[in-house]
Design a binder for this molecule. Structure first.
Ligand code: 6PG
Length: 243
């Protein structure tokens, strides 16, 4: 794993650079394999990033017809609920109609969590098998976006959660964490996140600065925070906005 950090004074500047990174990566993946599998992160920080990807020049440079969009986690609410991670991406990106409907792989949060997790894992397995990865143990996403909660969680892997020890499932359901919204969640598991070709954290705000430094500098032993367990076999980038 090689870890690179990219610091920016503002979230807008950070998202401009990250949008460029995503477009270039998407073009390379499509040129090499004819597809780009992107995992969206939740929370509010990525809102300007999703909006940028849906506007010129990025919207015209992204290979949307070969891009498949997935989610790293979802709150167990309806798709139009204010807390839905899908809703944010729909409003900022999907509403522009750039992605074919078949390329949008939503986590269904409005059904019982265990069922939603099992269904999503089946959808992932079907996708990767139908795209030539028959005998895989873990999926290899091209790029996974992650956020960082103020308690050090990422996706919906919360501190002290049993989901952190999941070694076989691709997707699991987790009970509410301490932070709002305190609802059940669906989340990709650590083996899936760490099997990715590339993981990018997008973090903003002075309040998370110390937490980011603690996580990035952690080298040995048990990680103190769930985000510290993200050590992908591929590349790891931290896109950090100071404010
Ligand atoms: C979730 C997110 C979560 C999020 C962080 C940061 O569903 O809660 O996926 O991991 O990325 O909590 O959220 P903010 O960007 O809103 O600070």
């Amino acid at each position: 794993m090689n870890c690179q950090r990219h610091n920016f004074p503002t979230l807008d500047q950070c998202c401009q650079a990250l949008a460029e990174h995503i477009v270039v990566t998407a073009q390379q993946c499509v040129a090499q394999r004819g597809r780009f599998t992107l995992v969206a992160s939740g929370g509010s920080t990525p809102q300007p990033l999703y909006r940028l990807l849906a506007t010129l020049p990025f919207a015209h440079r992204m290979p949307w017809s070969q891009t498949h969009l997935f989610w790293g986690d979802e709150r167990c609410v309806t798709a139009d609920h204010p807390d839905s991670n899908y809703r944010l991406v729909k409003e900022e990106l999907l509403a522009q109609g750039l992605l074919p409907t078949a390329n949008i792989h939503r986590m269904v949060g409005e059904i019982p969590a265990a069922t939603g997790a099992a269904n999503y894992e089946e959808e992932l397995r079907n996708f990767f098998v139908s795209h030539g990865d028959e005998a895989i143990t873990w999926p290899v996403f091209d790029l996974i976006l992650l956020g960082l909660g103020s308690d050090g969680h990422t996706a919906s892997l919360f501190p002290n959660s049993s989901a952190l020890n999941e070694k076989t499932k691709w997707v699991t359901a987790t009970p509410p964490g301490v932070l709002a919204p305190q609802v059940h969640r669906l989340t990709l598991t650590l083996p899936v996140l760490n099997n990715s070709a590339e993981v990018i954290f997008l973090v903003a705000g002075a309040k998370k600065k110390t937490l980011v430094e603690q996580i990035i500098s952690h080298r040995q032993g048990q990680a103190e925070y769930p985000a510290g367990y993200i050590k992908p076999q591929g590349k790891l980038h931290w896109y950090i906005a100071e404010v």
